[in-house]
Write a protein that binds this ligand. Structure first.
Ligand SMILES: *Cc1c(COP(=O)(O)O)cnc(C)c1O
Length: 402
């Protein structure tokens, strides 16, 4: 590789996060391109047969097949490592591919996992439906109750899995305390950090063993591609995750990796601006609705923990109305600027009714357990002028009869 590569850890590890987000992981080709190249190739060719043999033996570090290695995907993985402060990373085709890979690569029949009750709907399904099918026992606890994690620990507990802040209840779990409980019992902690991103919260610095992402959200940040990633120690990624990924193939497309690489260049700017906007909007609307949750608002029940773990409150606001689904739908239908959409982490502000969309699949009982009421609306704040968002929400709140 050419000079000024972002792949030399001797140089890149000392860079500040803003520099890593733009230059970390860059692999320049012989043409010296400034912007990362898109290597849309499934395979690689060899000058002589002996080179192919050496690569498959592991004696030559070159690439062989894009299910195993791809330069564009490798650039993204290295950049994410630097931003997270992790030793190693592998990217997957979506956030759910990342979560499924992270769980199945390390759990076997007879193992036990503990997971928080407030989770993204599909993450919840992995624990409640998929893993038990393969003889992996799962206990679901209140993620905010540290004692509940400790009580759930068994001799065969291998893994704790949580999301903080949780989607869409914005409950905050104590990463440091829960990591200690996991380690005391010989288990590991996996954190889904999609809501906070490494810009606001770095779980591995607080003791988490692995971090997984839906890069579809803030990392792409412009609502274009699905992507995911798992980060951890080199030992975990190379010895446990990689054999699973290489043989099962949940790989990220080089094109999508390239889009996310471009997204990472502005991640810090976007996360900070969108969090500032979200705080301003949360403050403006807090007293216009019966209940509003935002991690860095004085009224959040876990304000102190949220401030200790996250450098800003993030981009998501949850609003609880008293008038059930009818009123929630009326508010959504009155929006003139904010889109009705179940996605989050876009530069456009988006609002959804989780009970009838993202968390429809967990059922009424599941929703009740997670605190997802019929009057709950989740708002993902974008990059528009916050005054325009406030005006749109105020008129929609009034139109819904609140
Ligand atoms: C969106 C999301 C996922 C799933 O990611 P996809 O990229 O949609 O597969 C997982 N966890 C959280 C917290 C999410 O918000």
């Amino acid at each position: 590789m050419k000079n000024k590569t972002g792949h030399d850890r001797q140089i890149t590890r000392n860079w500040k996060p803003a520099t890593q987000a733009i230059r970390g992981g860059t692999l320049r080709s012989e043409f010296g391109e400034t912007s990362e190249a898109l290597f849309l190739t499934s395979g690689y060719s060899y000058d002589v047969a002996e080179t192919a043999a050496a690569r498959f033996r592991g004696d030559d570090p070159g690439m062989t097949y894009s299910r195993l290695q791809n330069p564009t995907v490798a650039m993204l993985e290295e950049r994410l490592c630097l931003m997270e402060g992790a030793e190693a990373c592998r990217a997957q085709a979506s956030g759910m591919a990342a979560m499924t890979t992270a769980l199945l690569c390390q759990l076997s029949a007879g193992d036990h996992m503990v997971t928080a009750r407030s989770m993204f709907g599909s993450c919840k399904w992995l624990g409640s439906e998929l893993l038990p099918r393969f003889g992996i026992e799962v206990t679901i606890v209140d993620g905010t109750d540290n004692d509940a994690w400790a009580t759930a620990m068994r001799p065969n507990t291998k893994l704790f899995f949580l999301e903080t802040p949780a989607n869409p209840t914005l409950e905050v779990a104590d990463i440091r305390a829960i990591a200690d409980i996991a380690h005391d019992g010989g288990a590991k902690l996996l954190v889904d950090n999609a809501f906070a991103t490494p810009i606001l919260q770095r779980p591995m610095e607080m003791g988490a063993d692995m971090v997984a992402y839906s890069a579809t959200k803030m990392m792409d940040g412009q609502g274009r591609v699905l992507a995911g990633a798992v980060l951890g120690t080199a030992e975990f990624i190379n010895d446990t995750l990689l054999p699973f990924q290489r043989n099962t193939g949940p790989n990220l497309s080089p094109f999508n990796a390239w889009v996310v690489l471009k997204g990472l260049e502005t991640l810090d700017l976007r996360v900070h601006r969108q969090s500032e906007n979200a705080l301003k909007i949360a403050q403006a609307l807090e007293h216009r609705v019966p209940r509003l949750l935002y991690p860095h608002l004085d009224s959040h029940p876990q304000l102190e923990l949220a401030k200790a773990q996250m450098s800003a409150g993030g981009t998501i606001i949850s609003i609880f109305l008293d008038g059930g689904r009818e009123q929630a739908h009326a508010l959504l239908n009155a929006l003139q600027l904010v889109d009705i959409s179940n996605n989050i982490g876009d530069s456009r502000s988006l609002m959804t009714h989780p009970a009838s969309t993202t968390h429809y699949g967990v059922g009424e009982e599941g929703r009740a357990e997670m605190g997802i009421t019929e009057g709950l609306l989740r708002l993902s704040i974008g990059l528009e002028d916050p005054d325009d968002i406030i005006a749109d929400l105020e008129q929609a709140i009034a139109a819904a009869g609140i």
